[in-house]
Design a protein around this ligand. Structure first.
Ligand SMILES: CC(C)(COP(=O)(O)OP(=O)(O)OC[C@H]1O[C@@H](n2cnc3c(N)ncnc32)[C@H](O)[C@@H]1OP(=O)(O)O)[C@@H](O)C(=O)NCCC(=O)NCCS
Length: 383
């Protein structure tokens, strides 16, 4: 008896797989909330460390709780010597996301809670990984530039320390503020591909390091976190603002994707991109020619894509489109963009993994088999 083919949601589009109280993405109205707080409110009033606490604990901290959390983060920044060595050895040839994925996997060997899958141990590992992923990213930047590893400074806040470990000098307060906002905007985004892959791994009752390693591998792809670096490469290929129209028209005519545009959930302006665009508007007249060029290319491309370019609908920028010019303005190399995304998204990954484990059910969807059955096996010499 033939069974009718089920309705298939390719790419799990439109499928709810669980309930969650962490994040609301309103793709129709272009709104984003972490535990009910709008991203605009958080970007205006909060900071990355406080948002990490919010995501891991479901509530904003009191003063004493935030101060204890900051101390905890600062105490977990050191990397084992073996991990630093691996980063140095791999740095010449390896992709920075591959280094990060391997480093997180390796960090599990040295984690005192490795093997303990309890809620309390997972919380400790989450805090540790927030600190360590930033340290690995900074150490990778140093190693790729052929510079010595910089020890963390426990007196600095998370983002300030990241820039210090990356550049070897105390960062300017306005650089810390801008990067802190970038971290905060990237901290969480519901069941995006990397968070989902982390949850899938955790749902087998594997462990936190394995789940975060899966998430990092998933984030790397250019359809997800890798879009920030790909978007900057496109801006560099465009070269000058006056080439933008020609480049975009040609690319769309050739059915190419413009990286940093479009989104599975937002069918309007990504609210995170809107906040970052505010920074680009300030950078338009930068004294640095490269930054000025990139900014003007980005702002022109945005206008062209939104204004439809002859298509039936405009395509909106997502969070990844404007990140490249901002990071370039901060002196950050393009290969670190996606690792910085991971360093920002780790609290969101960890929060979802811990939330899902509370009511865990193995994730195992179905695929509809549309091949043949009952084929006759032909011995190899007769094929
Ligand atoms: C993110 C992404 C994979 C979401 O894709 P999706 O939900 O599967 O959307 P679709 O591929 O169905 O695209 C819908 C329409 O928009 C167009 N579109 C979407 N993103 C586009 C892009 N970046 N460049 C050009 N056209 C794009 C598609 O061609 C399609 O057009 P059509 O309706 O005329 O056929 C997609 O927008 C993309 O590839 N973006 C570039 C990578 C990126 O920036 N990723 C980061 C996401 S945060």
């Amino acid at each position: 008896m033939m069974v009718d083919a089920p309705k298939i949601n390719q790419g799990l589009e439109g499928i709810y797989f669980t309930e969650s109280g962490i994040c609301k993405v309103d793709g129709i109205n272009g709104r984003l909330y972490y535990y009910g707080y709008s991203i605009e409110t958080l970007a205006e009033n909060s900071n990355f460390e406080e948002v990490c606490y919010l995501l891991l604990n479901g509530k904003l901290p009191k003063k004493s709780e935030l101060s204890a959390f900051r101390k905890n983060l600062a105490s977990e920044r050191e990397l084992p010597e073996e991990v630093i060595m691996m980063i140095k050895r791999a740095s010449k040839k390896a992709n920075a996301m591959d280094i990060l994925r391997s480093a997180v996997s390796m960090l599990s060997f040295f984690d005192e809670d490795s093997g303990d899958n309890s809620e309390a141990a997972n919380m400790r590992k989450s805090v540790r990984l927030i600190s360590q992923i930033a340290s690995v990213t900074a150490a990778t930047g140093r190693a790729k530039a052929g510079k010595a590893y910089v020890e963390p400074d426990p007196k600095m806040n998370h983002v300030e320390n990241f820039l210090y470990m990356l550049n070897g000098a105390k960062p300017e307060p306005d650089h810390v503020k801008i990067l802190d906002t970038m971290f905060l905007l990237h901290a969480e985004h519901s069941s995006n591909a990397s968070t989902f892959s982390g949850i899938v791994t955790a749902s087998t009752l594997s462990d936190m390091h394995s789940a975060i390693t899966s998430a990092i591998g998933t984030l790397k792809g250019p359809l997800h976190g890798g879009a920030d670096e790909a978007a900057l490469h496109m801006m560099n290929a465009i070269g000058k603002p006056e080439n933008t129209v020609h480049y975009i028209v040609d690319a769309l005519a050739g059915k190419k994707r413009i990286m940093g545009f479009g989104h599975r959930v937002y069918k309007t302006y990504d609210p995170r991109a809107r906040i970052i665009k505010g920074r680009l508007e300030e950078m338009q007249n930068s004294a640095d020619k490269e930054v000025r060029n990139l900014t003007n290319i980005a702002l022109q491309a945005e206008k062209l894509m939104i204004n439809k370019l002859g298509k039936s609908h405009g395509i909106w920028p997502n969070v990844d489109f404007f990140s490249g010019p901002v990071y370039t303005d901060l002196g950050i190399e393009d290969y670190l963009f996606t690792p910085i995304f991971a360093a920002s998204r780790i609290p969101g990954w960890a929060a979802h993994i811990m939330e899902y484990l509370k009511g865990n059910r193995l994730i195992r969807p179905l695929e509809y088999y549309d091949g043949a059955i009952g084929k006759k096996y032909v011995p190899i010499k007769e094929r």
